[in-house]
Design a protein around this ligand. Sequence first.
Ligand SMILES: Nc1ncnc2c1ncn2[C@@H]1O[C@H](COP(=O)(O)OP(=O)(O)OP(=O)(O)O)[C@@H](O)[C@H]1O
Ligand SMILES: [Mg+2]
Length: 257
Amino acid sequence: MALLTLSSIETDIGGSRILRGVTLEVNEGEVVALMGRNGVGKTTTLKSITGMLPIRAGRMDFAGRRIDRLAPDLRARSGIAYVPQGRDIFPHLTVEENLRVGLVVHGRGRASDNAGLERVYTLFPVLKEMLARKGGVLSGGQQQQLAIGRALLTRPKLLILDEPTEGIQPNIIEHIGDTLKKLKDEGLDGRPVDLEVQNAIKVLKQEGGLAILLVEQYVDFCREVADRFYAMDRGAVVISGPIATLTDDVVKKHLQV
Ligand SMILES: Nc1ncnc2c1ncn2[C@@H]1O[C@H](COP(=O)(O)OP(=O)(O)OP(=O)(O)O)[C@@H](O)[C@H]1O
Ligand SMILES: [Mg+2]
Protein backbone atom coordinates (compact mmCIF):
# COMPACT_ATOMS: atom_id res chain seq x y z
CA MET A 1 0.00 0.00 0.00
CA ALA A 2 1.25 3.49 -0.83
CA LEU A 3 2.35 5.39 2.25
CA LEU A 4 3.58 8.48 0.39
CA THR A 5 2.46 9.59 -3.06
CA LEU A 6 3.82 12.55 -5.02
CA SER A 7 1.80 13.41 -8.12
CA SER A 8 3.26 15.84 -10.67
CA ILE A 9 5.00 18.03 -8.11
CA GLU A 10 6.34 21.35 -9.37
CA THR A 11 8.50 23.51 -7.13
CA ASP A 12 10.16 26.86 -7.82
CA ILE A 13 13.14 28.35 -6.03
CA GLY A 14 13.77 32.05 -6.43
CA GLY A 15 11.56 32.25 -9.51
CA SER A 16 13.17 29.31 -11.36
CA ARG A 17 11.31 26.10 -11.95
CA ILE A 18 13.36 23.38 -10.18
CA LEU A 19 10.89 20.47 -10.07
CA ARG A 20 9.01 19.91 -13.34
CA GLY A 21 6.43 17.33 -12.36
CA VAL A 22 7.90 14.76 -9.97
CA THR A 23 5.76 11.65 -9.51
CA LEU A 24 6.79 8.90 -7.13
CA GLU A 25 5.54 6.55 -4.47
CA VAL A 26 6.86 4.97 -1.29
CA ASN A 27 4.98 1.94 -0.05
CA GLU A 28 4.70 0.85 3.56
CA GLY A 29 7.81 -0.92 4.80
CA GLU A 30 9.74 -0.20 1.62
CA VAL A 31 13.19 1.32 1.06
CA VAL A 32 13.21 3.61 -1.97
CA ALA A 33 16.35 5.23 -3.40
CA LEU A 34 16.00 8.60 -5.11
CA MET A 35 19.04 9.00 -7.34
CA GLY A 36 20.47 11.42 -9.87
CA ARG A 37 23.44 13.61 -10.65
CA ASN A 38 24.29 16.77 -8.71
CA GLY A 39 21.75 19.56 -9.02
CA VAL A 40 18.89 17.57 -10.58
CA GLY A 41 16.45 18.32 -7.76
CA LYS A 42 16.76 15.48 -5.25
CA THR A 43 17.06 17.66 -2.16
CA THR A 44 14.37 19.97 -3.54
CA THR A 45 12.06 16.96 -3.79
CA LEU A 46 12.71 16.06 -0.16
CA LYS A 47 12.19 19.64 1.01
CA SER A 48 8.93 19.73 -0.92
CA ILE A 49 7.80 16.62 0.98
CA THR A 50 8.72 18.02 4.38
CA GLY A 51 7.13 21.39 3.60
CA MET A 52 10.35 23.39 3.84
CA LEU A 53 9.66 24.45 0.25
CA PRO A 54 6.12 25.23 -0.94
CA ILE A 55 5.02 23.46 -4.12
CA ARG A 56 3.39 25.42 -6.92
CA ALA A 57 1.50 22.52 -8.48
CA GLY A 58 0.77 18.86 -7.89
CA ARG A 59 -0.45 16.87 -4.95
CA MET A 60 1.07 14.89 -2.07
CA ASP A 61 -0.61 12.29 0.11
CA PHE A 62 0.82 10.62 3.19
CA ALA A 63 -0.80 7.88 5.26
CA GLY A 64 -4.16 8.45 3.66
CA ARG A 65 -4.18 12.20 4.03
CA ARG A 66 -3.43 15.10 1.70
CA ILE A 67 -0.38 16.91 3.14
CA ASP A 68 0.82 19.43 0.56
CA ARG A 69 -0.80 22.37 2.30
CA LEU A 70 0.10 21.34 5.85
CA ALA A 71 2.77 23.26 7.77
CA PRO A 72 6.11 21.42 8.16
CA ASP A 73 5.58 20.66 11.86
CA LEU A 74 2.24 19.01 11.15
CA ARG A 75 3.83 16.86 8.46
CA ALA A 76 6.51 15.82 10.97
CA ARG A 77 3.86 14.97 13.53
CA SER A 78 1.99 12.86 11.01
CA GLY A 79 5.06 10.61 10.86
CA ILE A 80 7.63 12.05 8.45
CA ALA A 81 11.18 12.33 9.83
CA TYR A 82 13.84 14.10 7.81
CA VAL A 83 17.63 13.91 8.14
CA PRO A 84 18.98 16.69 5.93
CA GLN A 85 22.07 16.58 3.74
CA GLY A 86 25.17 17.31 5.84
CA ARG A 87 23.64 16.08 9.11
CA ASP A 88 22.37 18.99 11.18
CA ILE A 89 22.90 17.92 14.73
CA PHE A 90 23.35 20.51 17.46
CA PRO A 91 27.14 20.82 17.87
CA HIS A 92 27.04 22.43 21.32
CA LEU A 93 24.58 19.95 22.84
CA THR A 94 25.74 16.56 24.07
CA VAL A 95 24.84 13.37 22.22
CA GLU A 96 22.21 12.64 24.86
CA GLU A 97 20.71 16.12 24.59
CA ASN A 98 20.64 15.82 20.81
CA LEU A 99 18.74 12.55 21.11
CA ARG A 100 16.28 14.03 23.59
CA VAL A 101 15.33 16.64 21.02
CA GLY A 102 13.89 13.74 19.01
CA LEU A 103 11.77 12.65 21.95
CA VAL A 104 10.09 16.04 22.30
CA VAL A 105 8.23 15.65 19.01
CA HIS A 106 6.00 12.72 19.88
CA GLY A 107 5.70 13.03 23.67
CA ARG A 108 4.51 9.57 24.68
CA GLY A 109 5.90 9.30 28.18
CA ARG A 110 9.02 8.04 29.79
CA ALA A 111 8.65 4.28 29.33
CA SER A 112 8.23 4.67 25.61
CA ASP A 113 11.10 7.19 25.55
CA ASN A 114 13.46 4.79 27.28
CA ALA A 115 12.50 1.95 24.96
CA GLY A 116 13.14 4.25 22.01
CA LEU A 117 16.55 5.26 23.35
CA GLU A 118 17.50 1.62 23.98
CA ARG A 119 16.51 0.79 20.43
CA VAL A 120 18.75 3.57 19.11
CA TYR A 121 21.68 2.39 21.28
CA THR A 122 21.21 -1.15 19.93
CA LEU A 123 21.28 0.10 16.37
CA PHE A 124 24.15 2.54 16.93
CA PRO A 125 26.23 1.34 19.92
CA VAL A 126 28.78 4.12 19.40
CA LEU A 127 26.20 6.68 20.52
CA LYS A 128 25.82 5.04 23.91
CA GLU A 129 29.56 5.31 24.47
CA MET A 130 29.48 9.00 23.63
CA LEU A 131 26.38 10.25 25.42
CA ALA A 132 28.22 12.97 27.32
CA ARG A 133 30.27 14.24 24.36
CA LYS A 134 29.31 17.34 22.44
CA GLY A 135 27.76 16.54 19.07
CA GLY A 136 30.24 18.83 17.34
CA VAL A 137 33.26 16.70 18.29
CA LEU A 138 31.86 13.49 16.77
CA SER A 139 33.21 12.27 13.46
CA GLY A 140 31.10 12.71 10.33
CA GLY A 141 29.93 9.10 10.45
CA GLN A 142 29.06 9.35 14.14
CA GLN A 143 27.12 12.56 13.51
CA GLN A 144 25.18 10.81 10.76
CA GLN A 145 24.29 8.00 13.15
CA LEU A 146 23.24 10.57 15.76
CA ALA A 147 21.05 12.40 13.25
CA ILE A 148 19.37 9.14 12.19
CA GLY A 149 18.98 8.08 15.83
CA ARG A 150 17.36 11.39 16.71
CA ALA A 151 15.00 11.11 13.75
CA LEU A 152 13.98 7.58 14.81
CA LEU A 153 13.03 8.83 18.26
CA THR A 154 10.21 10.84 16.71
CA ARG A 155 8.70 7.41 15.88
CA PRO A 156 8.19 8.10 12.18
CA LYS A 157 6.30 6.03 9.63
CA LEU A 158 8.67 7.34 6.97
CA LEU A 159 12.35 8.16 7.45
CA ILE A 160 13.79 10.49 4.82
CA LEU A 161 17.58 10.59 4.47
CA ASP A 162 19.50 12.96 2.21
CA GLU A 163 22.84 11.40 1.21
CA PRO A 164 23.64 9.58 4.46
CA THR A 165 26.90 8.21 3.07
CA GLU A 166 28.36 11.55 1.94
CA GLY A 167 31.86 11.98 3.35
CA ILE A 168 31.75 8.84 5.49
CA GLN A 169 34.29 6.05 5.60
CA PRO A 170 33.30 2.67 4.10
CA ASN A 171 32.90 0.62 7.28
CA ILE A 172 30.51 3.17 8.77
CA ILE A 173 28.58 3.25 5.50
CA GLU A 174 28.28 -0.51 5.79
CA HIS A 175 27.04 -0.23 9.35
CA ILE A 176 24.44 2.37 8.38
CA GLY A 177 23.37 0.11 5.50
CA ASP A 178 22.94 -2.87 7.82
CA THR A 179 20.98 -0.73 10.24
CA LEU A 180 18.62 0.50 7.54
CA LYS A 181 17.96 -3.08 6.49
CA LYS A 182 17.24 -3.99 10.09
CA LEU A 183 14.80 -1.12 10.45
CA LYS A 184 13.06 -2.10 7.26
CA ASP A 185 12.63 -5.67 8.41
CA GLU A 186 11.79 -5.14 12.04
CA GLY A 187 10.48 -1.62 12.29
CA LEU A 188 11.18 0.56 15.27
CA ASP A 189 10.05 -1.95 17.85
CA GLY A 190 12.28 -4.78 16.74
CA ARG A 191 14.19 -6.53 19.47
CA PRO A 192 17.96 -6.50 19.55
CA VAL A 193 19.20 -9.19 17.20
CA ASP A 194 22.43 -10.94 16.41
CA LEU A 195 23.51 -10.92 12.82
CA GLU A 196 22.99 -14.70 12.75
CA VAL A 197 19.32 -14.44 13.53
CA GLN A 198 18.82 -11.57 11.13
CA ASN A 199 18.07 -13.95 8.28
CA ALA A 200 15.49 -15.78 10.32
CA ILE A 201 13.89 -12.49 11.16
CA LYS A 202 13.79 -11.53 7.51
CA VAL A 203 11.85 -14.71 6.84
CA LEU A 204 9.47 -13.88 9.63
CA LYS A 205 9.30 -10.32 8.41
CA GLN A 206 6.50 -8.64 10.16
CA GLU A 207 4.22 -5.95 8.97
CA GLY A 208 4.70 -2.44 10.15
CA GLY A 209 8.36 -2.03 9.25
CA LEU A 210 9.58 1.47 8.70
CA ALA A 211 9.54 2.96 5.20
CA ILE A 212 12.69 4.79 4.09
CA LEU A 213 13.16 7.31 1.28
CA LEU A 214 16.84 7.70 0.66
CA VAL A 215 18.59 10.22 -1.58
CA GLU A 216 21.84 8.61 -2.53
CA GLN A 217 24.44 8.78 -5.29
CA TYR A 218 26.39 5.77 -4.04
CA VAL A 219 25.08 3.07 -6.36
CA ASP A 220 26.37 0.02 -4.46
CA PHE A 221 24.77 1.24 -1.25
CA CYS A 222 21.42 1.60 -3.04
CA ARG A 223 21.72 -1.87 -4.52
CA GLU A 224 22.40 -3.20 -1.04
CA VAL A 225 19.54 -1.57 0.88
CA ALA A 226 16.83 -0.40 -1.53
CA ASP A 227 13.80 -2.26 -2.91
CA ARG A 228 13.14 0.23 -5.72
CA PHE A 229 14.79 3.27 -7.24
CA TYR A 230 13.86 6.46 -9.03
CA ALA A 231 16.42 8.40 -11.07
CA MET A 232 15.89 12.11 -11.65
CA ASP A 233 17.24 14.41 -14.32
CA ARG A 234 16.55 18.14 -14.60
CA GLY A 235 13.65 18.23 -12.19
CA ALA A 236 11.78 15.08 -13.18
CA VAL A 237 11.93 11.31 -12.77
CA VAL A 238 13.41 9.78 -15.91
CA ILE A 239 13.50 6.09 -14.97
CA SER A 240 12.37 3.93 -12.06
CA GLY A 241 11.88 0.30 -11.15
CA PRO A 242 12.83 -2.55 -8.84
CA ILE A 243 16.42 -2.19 -7.66
CA ALA A 244 17.41 -5.25 -9.73
CA THR A 245 16.72 -3.16 -12.84
CA LEU A 246 19.34 -0.59 -11.82
CA THR A 247 21.81 -2.04 -14.29
CA ASP A 248 25.23 -0.67 -15.15
CA ASP A 249 23.73 0.68 -18.39
CA VAL A 250 21.11 2.63 -16.45
CA VAL A 251 23.82 3.95 -14.15
CA LYS A 252 25.95 5.03 -17.11
CA LYS A 253 23.08 6.73 -18.88
CA HIS A 254 21.36 8.50 -15.99
CA LEU A 255 23.68 8.66 -13.00
CA GLN A 256 27.30 8.88 -13.97
CA VAL A 257 28.88 12.25 -14.62
N1 LIG B 1 18.38 28.26 -2.48
C1 LIG B 1 18.52 28.12 -3.81
N2 LIG B 1 18.55 29.19 -4.63
C2 LIG B 1 18.68 29.04 -5.96
N3 LIG B 1 18.79 27.86 -6.58
C3 LIG B 1 18.77 26.78 -5.82
C4 LIG B 1 18.64 26.84 -4.38
N4 LIG B 1 18.64 25.58 -3.90
C5 LIG B 1 18.78 24.78 -4.98
N5 LIG B 1 18.86 25.48 -6.11
C6 LIG B 1 19.03 24.93 -7.48
O1 LIG B 1 18.06 23.92 -7.69
C7 LIG B 1 18.62 22.84 -8.40
C8 LIG B 1 18.35 21.56 -7.66
O2 LIG B 1 19.02 21.60 -6.40
P1 LIG B 1 18.97 20.40 -5.39
O3 LIG B 1 19.64 20.84 -4.15
O4 LIG B 1 17.59 19.89 -5.28
O5 LIG B 1 19.86 19.31 -6.18
P2 LIG B 1 20.34 17.87 -5.71
O6 LIG B 1 19.85 16.92 -6.74
O7 LIG B 1 19.99 17.62 -4.31
O8 LIG B 1 21.92 18.00 -5.89
P3 LIG B 1 23.15 17.43 -4.98
O9 LIG B 1 23.34 16.02 -5.45
O10 LIG B 1 24.30 18.28 -5.39
O11 LIG B 1 22.78 17.56 -3.54
C9 LIG B 1 20.08 23.14 -8.58
O12 LIG B 1 20.27 23.61 -9.90
C10 LIG B 1 20.36 24.24 -7.59
O13 LIG B 1 21.34 25.11 -8.08
MG1 LIG C 1 21.10 17.40 -2.58
